[in-house]
Design a protein around this ligand. Structure first.
Ligand code: GTR
Length: 434
């Protein structure tokens, strides 16, 4: 299937469903989309180093104890919604398979069920893990959710089909088994062998098995079975928050695996899952490094810089992604009390890599870079370096630093050349970490 067709299939059913269930008056009229840099209007960003009472943040302690909690609260109340609980008491992990000679002997493959309520017949997600056989001892690992499930990331015939829902097959309101023809269909975005050769493990799970991606999808995921997730009003957790929560549950498991270096768990996410990766890392300090690939509006791109997709577009097309309060900023981004540079600053001083693609203008590559630049003062305050340059690089271009930035030619996607940058970035930051 062509990339364009896949991307249309990915968004069309959700957009149609949203149009059908939302009253026409629920959203303010849409402004014209801006795709021309000359038309970008001036905007003002909140200062991450000025507290709500107007006092400056001059040291790490004030950041940690006062300003960081303020920003975290704003992200919870106005953007992603509140995460009500961590790991449920009853949750357990069941290793379904350990295959020592996977991928031509290069890897040990594990399939681990995350049983959210502890019950075999309750909501669950299967984590697929590859660990390099040539490395003795603990390894760093990159954890990432996928759009179409584990079976679409690899040609291996013995990976089971997902439980609930597969993005590339569109909206399914009932339990649905996808077509076998999708096996391996996204493998170009999952170069496992490259990561393994470089001594990295990779772990993945299908986001549709965590929570299907449409309004009401929470009825099929873990949230329906755990009471703490049921309420929340205007700050009720959105689906991006639900995916972020599941990343932390994957980290819970990875921390128990003796082959995984628990101090070197990196997460990656593409697009909507890049939004989830940033939010997961902002909340969960066990995550040592984050890669947010082409995450755009509601992710790494500055929301107040109106270019490409906006908060208004997100609120209209994907009302379930964020908390209900987020819709207040539809076509009203100036009023947002928080922006993506502050989301990134919550991750400081841990390394974060923001990545863009030149033709992915809908995600506003320049706005993604400018968010990295605007997060820099927080990284510097905490004693590390921030972003290595304030000049937006041409493609292909890489800006090193604790906040790294990578831009390549081409479209909205994840390619081997992106993974090469991920691994080089992670290697450089993990090298000094014992
Ligand atoms: C687009 C959406 C973006 C991005 C992307 C994706 O349609 O407008 O915010 O998240 O989908 O996840 O593929």
């Amino acid at each position: 299937m062509s990339v364009m067709l896949k991307s249309a299939l990915r968004t069309l059913p959700v957009a149609l469903l949203c149009a059908a269930i939302l009253p026409a008056t629920a959203q303010p009229p849409k402004r014209a989309t801006i795709m021309d840099e000359a038309q970008v209007a001036p905007y003002t960003l909140p200062d991450p180093l000025v507290c709500e009472d107007g006092s400056p943040v001059l040291d790490a302690q004030t950041w940690r104890e006062k300003r960081r909690p303020e920003i975290l609260r704003l992200c919870e109340n106005e953007w992603f919604g509140k995460t009500p609980i961590g790991k449920p008491k009853a949750m357990r992990f069941v290793v379904r398979e350990e295959k020592k000679d996977a991928r031509g002997g290069k890897a040990t493959r594990l399939r681990v069920a995350l049983l959210y309520t502890g019950k075999e017949d309750g909501p669950q997600t299967e984590l697929l893990i590859y660990l390099p056989n040539h490395v003795k001892g603990k390894v760093p690992i990159i954890l990432a959710l996928s759009f179409d499930g584990n079976f679409a990331t690899t040609e291996e015939a013995d990976i089971p089909l997902p439980h609930h829902w597969v993005n590339g097959l569109g909206i399914q309101l009932k339990e649905h088994l996808p077509a076998e023809s999708m096996r391996g269909s996204n493998s170009h975005s999952w170069p496992y062998d490259y990561a393994l050769e470089h001594g990295f493990g990779v772990a993945t799970a299908g986001y549709g098995d965590v929570e299907p991606d449409y309004p009401g999808g929470d009825k099929l995921g873990y949230r329906s079975a755990i009471k703490a997730f049921q309420n929340g009003g205007g700050s009720r957790m959105g689906t991006v928050g639900a995916w972020a929560w599941s990343l932390s549950r994957c980290v819970d498991y990875l921390g128990t695996n003796p082959r995984v270096d628990a101090k070197k768990i990196a997460i990656q996410g593409h697009s909507r899952l890049g939004k989830a990766a940033l939010w997961a890392a902002a909340q969960d300090e066990r995550i040592a490094l984050v890669i947010s690939n082409e995450s755009g509006a509601g992710g790494a791109a500055l929301n107040k810089r109106i270019f490409g997709e906006t908060v208004g577009d997100l609120a209209r097309r994907f009302p379930h992604w964020f908390c209900p309060n987020f819709a207040k900023y539809s076509e009203n981004e100036d009023a947002m009390p928080v922006d993506s540079h502050e989301l990134i600053s919550l991750i400081a001083p841990r390394p974060v890599l923001i990545t863009s693609a030149v033709e992915d203008r809908w995600s506003d590559p320049k706005g993604e870079f400018l968010a990295a630049v605007a997060a820099d003062p927080v990284y510097r305050l905490l004693g590390g370096d921030g972003v290595g340059s304030t000049q937006w690089p041409g493609a292909p271009g890489f800006v090193p630093g604790k906040i790294g930035y990578w831009i390549r030619q081409g479209k909205h996607d994840v390619l081997l050349e992106d993974w090469k940058t991920y691994i080089a970035f992670a290697e450089s930051h993990f090298r000094s970490k014992r």
